[in-house]
Write a protein that binds this ligand. Structure first.
Ligand code: NA7
Length: 866
């Protein structure tokens, strides 16, 4: 390190980049090409980043070399040949050096230079950097290209300093290598670094003791020559291959599985797992079926397959059992890729110490002290991991607007927009920052995407005369929420992983990368640009442009469902005949999960004005009598039946401990207004009259329904009030149709793209009513003269439902007329979300909330009034 004193004159650059790993190198190349004066600052004395530091024996990338290569320059690609499928660290480092030489990068990289602080100067709109060499630098833009796994985790084991032998960290392995031959060696940790180095250390050491806190899942690398099919695909169409990688889920071109684990027989499953095990590759192995990441049962099948492999490889059954991971779903901690790891435990000089059975007390003078034993060793290797994704960023003292440091801003977890920028830190960019796919993808693909986005952004700012760019708090909040919501529909949060920040004591437990995938993320980044830097504020001499908003407000599982539905290419329902629409909807319903078990289900008929109405009764498993809910299904008065909302009715039955009777009604266009309302009222009257025989006696019956069924429930509640009976205890209106005013903003803004369209709603109205009938409160209950005296209601409206505003309006009108209303506004949801039981995990909290609110209505109003 250069100890020279700081100079007062700051050197000026357009861009200062921290880190000369693959991200910093590519960025330098592109920024230079775009004419920006750029300096790269790097602690090490050469390029390579992660691959400069992680030199432990056996270190390799767990992504195949063909994929883990730059794609931005075909000439560069042709000039380099990887020697094997998974390149070793020395070969990857040579590749980084080759790229640096070929692109003449070193002349703009200051090696052996650590950035100690960086501060935003609000007067000059520039960043001021101070380095370990005493330099002051000034740059308009400041980029942290510091890598995701570059800051070793602090040792959280006491007594390390007292050990008299040698200590090494896999993440900071000496350049000259370490000779362990004939020595007694301890390895602490069993993550990827340990799993790669252990076979090498075992071959050289006289004794090797592995201290394992949590066993990991590992699959064989089957390293060797490249896979011929990969080589052929790449050679045949390089551009196509790279394009497919960019538009894939994880940055490697693989065909996603189209089957769920539980859709096949046990034999087929075993066969598929075995084939994937023999083929290798993390992404392909985890993707043998399409649900390992989200379905616990499916995940457990895969986990058990790997455990069976461990048991059949490791001779000592107790050791094998100790090596079997059980405390987290497979894949929720980074799956390891090894060469001979499990086999190493069959060597006579290797011992596994399970730290759960024999807790580690401290490191002592002579070795590792457990509560019941001291294991004497000559060498201790710490393979204890990294302060991942945020550690290297907050290690630099970065101060943004108003003197706030990044460490303070991120004290409850990182807050970024797209993992690229941070509110309050103008002109600061992160490459593969938290909130981007980063470590859940092939890093090179994600690095290239970020480098291109950042460079293009700077070019755009320059062209348009802006000096600064930063995300708005709303955009950041929205993205953080989206990242968390996406993680929440996967199994990832169940593990104490470095993805969750859970490996570092005191670090907030927040899922750090973006799990939505490379392609979905790329689309989001491109959309931001296409919408004129949506979610950003840009400023320049001509003023500021605020383009505020939330980029991804739709719940992630809802978004996936909409994507899948769009891919099916179904013609608009309104272009079909009612008969065809009914058949299509019935076929879709038949494929839905059935909903929870109930105590009893009975099909019956209820007398209606024009003939019997089919009905289905669900009784809870508890001892009755129970409150009764009469349910009317959705389907625009045209489609559906007493069974079409079955999963939701079962849910209501169990969760509200009610007898739920779903009654069918006549449909349009065969039976138009007011047929459905008449049938619904007749059904209510009959159920009320027969409540005791039906097993309900606790309260007057309640009414409920979804969509057009919600409309009918509201209508019959009014009719019962007006005609003096029957008494109605409560209303449960889920996304109800309440009015025929099509000018409300949800009808316009959410007209299409979210499942139920405004056009389809018009078609439903046309089937059921003539235009002049539409102001009748028996189809537009919001138009009733008064809502005074109606039963208390739970009303659910969804943010992305064209019917949202009229549902909101009905809730407001009821409240204005003194009716007790629990109004649940489901953010990020669409018209069908709430009914999608066991299909949309993010709908579950909404369902729980509505069930609880519905039960409480009875407790609060009816029971009290008795
Ligand atoms: P990892 O995967 O974080 O592994 C670190 C290992 O060290 C893991 O087994 C930890 O157990 C263990 N560890 C950490 N602290 C302790 C203490 N105090 N006592 C005992 N054991 C401890 O880091 P790697 O370097 O192996 O791999 C990082 C990534 O690099 C990897 O995922 C690939 O993407 C490449 P724990 O699981 O916390 O119980």
């Amino acid at each position: 390190m250069n100890e020279s004193q700081p100079t007062s004159e700051a050197e000026e650059f357009d861009v200062a980049v921290v880190g000369a790993g693959f991200a910093g190198m590519h960025l330098l190349h592109r920024l230079r090409g775009a004419g920006f004066t750029t300096v790269v600052l790097e602690t090490a004395d050469d390029v390579g980043g992660t691959w400069y530091w992680n030199r432990y024996p056996g270190a390799r990338c767990d992504v195949e070399s063909i994929d883990y290569s730059f794609s931005f320059d075909p000439e560069l690609e042709r000039a380099w040949q990887w020697s094997e499928k998974y390149a070793t660290q020395p070969e990857i480092l040579r590749y980084a050096q080759f790229v640096a030489d070929r692109l003449d990068l070193r002349r703009d990289i200051r090696f052996s230079t650590r950035v100690e602080s960086a501060g935003w100067d609000e007067t000059s709109n520039r960043w001021t950097l101070r380095t370990s060499t005493g330099c002051n630098l000034s740059a308009r833009f400041y980029v942290m290209a510091t890598g995701c796994l570059s800051m070793p985790k602090d040792v959280d084991i006491s007594g390390v300093g007292s050990f008299t032998g040698e200590t090494y960290w896999t993440s900071r392995w000496p350049h000259e290598g370490v000779n362990v031959s004939g020595k007694r060696v301890a390895v602490i940790g069993t993550g990827s670094s340990a799993i790669q180095s252990i076979p090498h250390l075992a071959a050289a050491a006289s004794e090797l003791t592995i201290f394992q806190r949590t066993p990991n899942f590992s699959i064989p690398a089957h390293n060797g020559p490249h896979r011929p099919d990969k080589v052929a695909a790449f050679a045949e169409d390089r551009d196509g291959y790279r394009t497919a990688a960019r538009h894939s889920g994880a940055g490697v071109p693989v065909t996603p599985a189209d089957r769920g684990t539980l859709m096949v027989t046990t034999e087929e499953r075993q066969h598929a797992y075995e084939a994937a095990w023999q083929r290798g590759g993390i992404i392909e192995f985890m993707g043998t079926f399409n649900d390992h990441g989200a379905n616990s049962l499916a995940n457990e099948h895969l986990a058990e397959f790997v455990r069976s492999k461990i048991r059949s490889t490791v001779h000592d059954p107790a050791t094998a059992e100790a090596l079997c991971p059980r405390s987290f779903p497979i894949g929720t901690k980074r799956l390891c890729v090894d060469t001979g790891y499990y086999e190493t435990f069959n060597r006579p000089n290797v011992r596994l110490v399970d730290l759960h059975a024999h807790p580690l007390k401290q490191i002592g003078e002579r070795g590792v002290e457990l509560v019941d034993e001291t294991v004497e060793v000559d060498v201790i290797v710490f393979a204890t991991g990294f302060d991942a994704m945020t550690g290297a960023i907050v290690a630099v003292d970065i101060t943004g607007r108003g003197g706030v440091t990044l460490a303070e801003g991120w004290s409850a977890g990182p807050r970024t927009y797209l993992g690229l920028q941070v509110e309050g830190f103008p002109n600061l960019f992160l490459v593969t920052g938290p909130g981007s796919p980063s470590v859940l993808s092939n890093m090179i693909v994600s690095i290239e995407q970020h480098v291109n986005w950042i460079t293009d952004c700077l070019i755009g700012l320059r062209a348009d005369g802006y000096e600064t760019i930063e995300p708005t708090p709303t955009a950041v909040d929205g993205w953080v929420q989206h990242v968390n919501a996406f993680a929440g529909i996967t199994l990832f949060p169940q593990a104490n992983s470095w993805y969750m920040g859970a490996n570092v004591p005191g670090k907030p437990r927040v899922f750090l990368p973006y799990v939505g995938g490379v392609e979905r993320y790329r689309v989001a980044c491109e959309e931001v640009v296409a919408r004129d830097y949506f979610g950003f504020v840009r400023t320049g001499p001509a003023g500021a442009v605020h383009n505020d908003g939330v980029l991804r407000a739709v719940q992630p599982d809802v978004a996936i469902m909409l994507e899948l539905t769009a891919q099916m290419g179904i013609a608009p329902l309104e272009s079909m005949s009612p008969t065809d629409v009914r058949a299509l909807v019935a076929a879709g319903n038949a494929m839905s999960p059935p909903g929870p078990h109930v105590g009893e289900t009975i099909d019956l008929t209820v007398p209606g004005p024009a003939g019997p109405l089919a009905a289905r009764l669900h009784r809870p498993p508890t001892i009755g009598p129970h409150p009764i809910l009469v349910w009317f299904h959705g389907g625009g008065w045209v489609v559906g039946s007493q069974t079409s909302d079955d999963p939701f009715c079962r849910f209501l039955c169990v969760q509200t401990n009610s007898v739920v009777i779903s009654v069918d009604y006549r449909h349009a266009p065969e039976a138009c207004f007011p047929a459905a309302a008449q049938d619904a009222f007749a059904a209510l009257c009959w159920v009320a009259e027969h409540a005791t025989e039906l097993g309900g006696a606790l309260a007057p019956v309640s009414v409920g329904g979804w969509s057009a069924g919600g409309n009918l429930a509201a209508v019959v509640a009014q009719q019962a009030r007006d005609e003096g009976g029957p008494a109605v205890a409560r209303q449960l209106l889920v996304c109800p149709i309440t009015d025929s005013d099509f000018s409300r903003s949800s009808y316009v803004d959410i007209a299409e793209g979210f499942g139920l369209t405004a056009t389809l709603l018009h078609w439903f109205w046309d089937q059921y009513t003539d235009v002049e009938q539409r102001t009748d409160p028996r189809v537009a209950p919001l138009r009733a003269k008064t809502l005074v005296g109606l039963p208390p209601a739970v009303i659910v409206t969804c943010q992305f439902d064209p019917l949202r505003d009229e549902g909101d309006a009905y809730a407001a009108a009821l409240m204005a007329d003194g009716v007790h209303v629990e109004h649940i506004q489901a953010d990020g949801h669409i018209h069908t979300s709430v009914l999608a039981v066991d299909l949309l995990p993010t709908g579950a909290p909404v369902r729980s909330q509505l069930a609880e609110a519905f039960v409480n209505l009875l407790d609060n109003s009816w029971t009290k009034s008795r």
